[in-house]
Design a protein around this ligand. Sequence first.
Ligand SMILES: *Cc1c(COP(=O)(O)O)cnc(C)c1O
Length: 357
Amino acid sequence: MKRAYNFNAGPSAMPLEVLQEAQAEFLNYADTGMSIIEMSHRSADYAAMHAETKTLLRELMEIPDDYEIMFIQGGGSTQFLMTAANFHTKKYAAYVNTGVWAKKAMAEAKFFGETYEAASSADKNHSYIPREFTFKPETSYVHITANNTIYGTEYQSFPKFDVPVICDMSSDILSRKVNVADFDLIYAGAQKNLGPAGAVIVIAKKSFLATARTNLPTMLKYATFAENDSLYNTPPVFAIYMINKTLHWIKNQGGVEVIAKNNAAKAKVIYDVIDNSNGFYKGHAEKNARSLMNITFNLATQEMEKDFVAQGKAAGFVGIGGHRLVGGCRASAYNAVPMEACIALADFMKQYQKDHE
Ligand SMILES: *Cc1c(COP(=O)(O)O)cnc(C)c1O
């Protein structure tokens, strides 16, 4: 069986071992005679897996005890509105506009009160991460996007803010070490670095959760998930199960620090080709804001980009076209993308340049 060189932006590559394990036990989970997706979410077998997933996440991310871990459906996009519904309780909510996802988050918050941009990278087509922020009094929180999946920029370190911080880590969770205590709430859809679509991981400080608005529908309240161990209603069992397997895989690789080292090495292979191409490939992100997850670049013309993507596809590379809103090219090298795929892409890029210069 030949596996594709998968550079999809999301859903995206999963570790082969994780897929194989899921396949091997899909018909008969833990000798129950049924699949994990066929059993009650109140059963002991499910409960053990659910609890272990949280324990593994807490261990791998070193999540302090005063933080809740929740599994919620609806994708990152539902978190845009849920964060605002729960926490936009003062006059304003601040957003750092680093691109499409940040803007979408801000648009949802407008249903719950006034918003403003604490900073924006729109002036340079979101090719950098702002470093200066201005806050108004009466600001409920600031919302930031750790990694900008579409533009290929990423906070290489996180600023300190003196308002509560909500962070969208959908496309770089567990790709590197972060200090969870620097955030009041972190959310991340699973389908980029952790598993299939269908579950969002939410990590929230208990004292911050206590400040949430209470007059909300049941399923919009974080309290519903926090107080019921994410089992108020049926959780996305298959997605959580795959997250569990991915977390085991990360642990077996040596944990987040090893993953982070691998990610840096993988991205470097491709950025080096860009940097040594004498301008044949132009990286979109400024160097000090480069994403290790989504490597974005342009060729001289749109026609060449189209041809590059088509020839790449013929050579076995999937997902190297840019996002439909911004064009160009993008290689997403999430945790599960092997170094071998990155080297193959780098070789292909060098050869393509030779053939087209
Ligand atoms: C993909 C993505 C989202 C949206 O996730 P959905 O699960 O499709 O709603 C939000 N934020 C970031 C940073 C993303 O990369």
